[in-house]
Design a binder for this molecule. Structure first.
Ligand code: KG4
Ligand code: ZN
Length: 332
């Protein structure tokens, strides 16, 4: 079947066309128009500005994607759209566009949960995934551990109680004046740094549950900077490397523990922070050591895109148009 997907939950306007028989997942065409350069000067995403830019870009992005795939609307089997969670005004642009297209073209419309969809980015690798699996979703707004009994049975077993992992990267980057988005900036600065220079906490690492907490870590970085007279390049590199190591250690230890507890065969990594090299390498080493398979999404499918929305759409169900609405706080 052929699925057209639209994504506009935050600051990326994206469309993709997926061809799948349920075994192979091939993206025929895709386009991601990122607003990062627009929001950079504000140090984060400004919802109103994001929504206005989605309005300007969604039709050009859609047209380019359809032309790129050489697919006429009458060849589409369904349309999938991110219905939540995300910024309400941004979500509305994608949802209303998709509803209009579905109505005009007489196509079923599939509302997709954005956080869940990050996991399905892994199906685009076309590598079989063995179940049960433990999914670690680490993005700007979410940090969740998910038990997957099969591709459609998902249960949340843990989540952050405060900041998401990506949010911790973004806030720490802001604190160190390294710019937005923080994940990429911190990872870059961390490369020459000494990851044991600062002994930052590994929050909730020993808690008897699968929840996370990252807000204290950002505060620990703040206190460390207050004790230093002048921040030079070496100290910034050491702060970034030590912070990154603390996040990676916490995520890895809890994920491996969850995989053992639920007798998982595979660990699936997903979300914007899944682009982090240190996290990918550390999880790879620990998965091998503990005999779990590891599925890593392609770097281009870690951050927001519509290809993952199309893949998630394949596993979800269409709904009546009048029942589909943007839901900014849709939980898995
Ligand atoms: O999944 P995503 O694109 O958007 C949400 O759904 O939230 O994730 C964006 C998050 C941002 O917080 C960004 O700083 C983080 O992913 N990120 C990274 C890296 N690349 C993006 N964090 C750590 N290392 C990276 N290389
Ligand atoms: Zn996302």
């Amino acid at each position: 079947m052929i699925i057209l997907a639209l994504e506009s939950s935050c600051d990326e306007t994206a469309a993709a066309i997926l061809k799948t028989d349920g075994r192979r997942f091939d993206i025929l065409s895709e386009k991601v128009w990122s607003q990062i350069n627009i929001h950079k000067k504000f140090g984060g995403v400004v919802p109103e500005v994001a929504a206005r830019n989605h309005v300007l870009k969604i039709i050009p992005v859609l047209e380019e994607t359809l032309i790129g795939a050489g697919v006429k609307p009458n060849k589409l089997d369904a349309i999938a759209v991110t219905a939540g969670p995300g910024l309400i005004t941004s979500l509305i642009v994608g949802v209303q566009t998709a509803k209009t297209l579905a109505y005009a073209w007489h196509k079923p419309l599939i509302p997709v949960n954005h956080v869940k969809a990050h996991l399905y980015a892994n199906w685009l690798n076309n590598q079989p995934i063995k179940f049960p699996a433990i999914g670690l979703i680490v993005s700007g707004g979410h940090t969740e551990l998910i038990l997957l009994k099969n591709p459609t049975s998902l249960k949340k077993i843990g989540a952050t109680v405060d900041d998401a992992a990506g949010e911790a990267f973004d806030k720490t980057s802001q604190l160190l004046k390294l710019g937005y988005p923080g994940g990429v900036a911190i990872a870059l600065k961390a490369e020459p740094g000494d990851c044991s220079a600062f002994n930052f906490p590994r929050p909730m690492i020993n808690a008897a549950n699968f929840n996370f907490s990252f807000s204290g870590l950002k505060t620990a970085v703040l206190y460390a900077t207050k004790k230093i007279n002048k921040l030079n390049n070496k100290i910034i590199a050491d702060l970034c490397a030590s912070f990154e190591q603390a996040v990676v250690d916490t995520l890895t230890v809890k994920t491996i523990r969850a995989a053992h507890q639920y007798k998982a065969k595979t660990i699936i990594l997903a979300g914007g922070v899944a682009a982090n090299k240190k996290l990918r390498i550390t999880l790879q080493q620990q998965a091998e050591k503990n005999s779990f398979n590891l599925s890593l999404p392609l770097i281009k499918y870690c951050t927001d895109n519509a290809a993952m929305i199309a893949a998630a759409g394949y596993f979800a169900k269409p709904a009546k148009l009048e029942k589909i609405n943007a839901d900014p706080s849709w939980e898995i």
